[in-house]
Design a protein around this ligand. Structure first.
Ligand code: 8DG
Ligand code: MG
Ligand code: MG
Length: 145
């Protein structure tokens, strides 16, 4: 694609929280290949943040989520990566509708597999937009936890 095709895009990603853990998957897409990232994807035309969060998590993991809450938005400009990208990324948190439901790897061409990781023992390397947040001491858990 030539440089005139480069536009900022809107992404929405989900901190799916279970106890002190979050759900992460190792990316197989060209952007952020082999890094650990949250479930999520592109906001579709006409979609609410909540609908997008529930849809992406369902499509990618089969999990049903509840208590979807907006957390923050970040501007992710990575022009020097092998594939330059600019995402305005909306971060939400959510919990499982059924805490016993386990994630399935429903998009094996895009993800090596999903697993729960303790927030104080995250895998490396993290996907850059997520790494930036962790470096800034961002915490996705409710105050009480
Ligand atoms: P879609 O076709 O399902 O809409 O897209 P996708 O294949 O699921 O896209 P994605 O790469 O998973 O997510 C879109 C973009 O969101 C990604 O290229 C960059 C941005 N993004 C972040 N942080 C994160 C993150 O932690 N996880 C994911 N999956 N995407 C993220 O800025
Ligand atoms: Mg997706
Ligand atoms: Mg995705």
């Amino acid at each position: 694609s030539n440089s005139q095709d480069l536009v900022p895009r809107v992404a929405l990603v989900v901190f799916l929280l279970k106890g002190k853990s979050v759900l992460l998957g190792k990316r197989l897409s060209s952007i952020g290949h082999s890094t650990f990232a949250l479930p999520g994807g592109h906001l579709e035309f006409g979609e609410t943040f909540e609908d997008c969060a529930a849809r992406e998590v369902k499509e990618e993991t089969g999990l049903d989520i509840q208590k979807i809450e907006f957390l923050t938005v970040t501007n992710n400009v990575f022009l020097e990566e092998p594939k330059p990208y600019h995402y305005v990324t909306i971060f939400v948190r959510a919990s499982l509708k059924d805490p016993l439901q386990t994630p399935q790897n429903l998009e094996p061409n895009k993800c090596a597999g999903w697993d729960w990781y303790q927030w104080n023992d995250l895998p490396e390397p993290l996907f850059r937009p997520l790494e930036v947040m962790v470096q800034s001491a961002f915490n996705p858990f409710p105050e009480s936890q």
